[in-house]
Write a protein that binds this ligand. Sequence first.
Ligand SMILES: NC(=O)c1ccc[n+]([C@@H]2O[C@H](COP(=O)([O-])OP(=O)(O)OC[C@H]3O[C@@H](n4cnc5c(N)ncnc54)[C@H](O)[C@@H]3O)[C@@H](O)[C@H]2O)c1
Ligand SMILES: [Zn+2]
Length: 371
Amino acid sequence: MAVIPVDVAGRPYEVRIAAGLLARAGEECAPFLRKKRVPVITDANVHNAWGQTVGASLAAAGFEPVWKILPAGEQTKSWEHLAEVTDWLLAEGVERKDAVIALGGGVIGDLTGFAAAILKRGCQFIQLPTTLLSQVDSSVGGKTAINTPAGKNLVGAFHQPALVLADPQALETLPRRELGAGYAEVLKYGLLGDAEFFQWCEANGAALMDGDHAAREHAIARSVEAKARIVEQDEFETTGLRALLNLGHTFGHALEAETGYSARLLHGESVALGMVLAARYSARRGELPAADAERVAAHFRSLGMMSELVELGLNVDGRALVAHMLHDKKMDAGTLPFLLLRGIGGAYLAKDVDLADVAAFLDGQLQGAPA
Ligand SMILES: NC(=O)c1ccc[n+]([C@@H]2O[C@H](COP(=O)([O-])OP(=O)(O)OC[C@H]3O[C@@H](n4cnc5c(N)ncnc54)[C@H](O)[C@@H]3O)[C@@H](O)[C@H]2O)c1
Ligand SMILES: [Zn+2]
């Protein structure tokens, strides 16, 4: 088992990574549980696939799981479901020192984490992430949120979990497309700060996608390690360090907005395309060898993932995409910082980017032109 400590000021916790952890959830969580009844929040798909395993494990450890099974999908990160979950936790008599369990992907983790953040001004919560994206990204670091009609993740709180259990076996029931979306966030850690891990991904990404347990465990551990070290130094995203985790997300956000946050483009898929675009735009500025930018695209292509903006078949121009970026909450006093690359493993925040040039670059990409 890999154990990665996350040493946030005053509230250190562990991310434990090992195959079989869901089947051992009861004993792993036991030290954090004070009462026999344990609230577990999940979605219908995850409950189908893993509810029995986790429920039996909690029961074997002497607990009585009580379930809140929500609909699967991004729409569940809503005011309505937040109210439903918090009312339910209050009715269950959950107190500040009690822990509630989030079993699922980023949607369930973000919603449960936010409910835990505001329940009686903050109760404990445990993350059992079941998607690759949630194992390498959303379950670690304490960002919680819901969506509102004004946009995604606009209402939320920083609230760290008490424990995270990432079980690579959970990924066996995950659709391949969701796996690929999570893998984009894995590759992100290599691209932003760890050239050696990027190379490891080039060599092992296919095995990971095809079910290799050791490769999955290694990739999750390496990713969590990278995120933990960043979050420890910049928990509340004030110094700019944590912002590096948004590599690919500014371009990606424009694509998500343009496709209406629909099943046409999953978040991780937008990050994959966004990283290709950030790399090519860095090459256009002369800051990254063009061949390195093409390594990013080639890697996603080799895994059967989208790597070219033209594949999305958008009917817009570059200016319209830039307009979406300007609505991004990462806007800072009217300027739009871009995460660009000075090399593989060398992400940095560029504050001098000319938006008209970005639009011209995107016009080329929308037509499939070489950068
Ligand atoms: N808090 C953060 O720091 C952070 C970081 C990145 C993303 N996010 C958020 O995470 C969310 C996306 O998370 P996600 O990609 O995990 O999506 P998700 O939670 O919607 O899960 C994707 C799909 O897979 C299903 N699923 C989950 N685990 C499964 C399993 N083991 N077997 C079969 N099906 C399974 C779900 O039911 C869902 O249909 C977004 O809302 C995003 O904003 C948050
Ligand atoms: Zn992301």
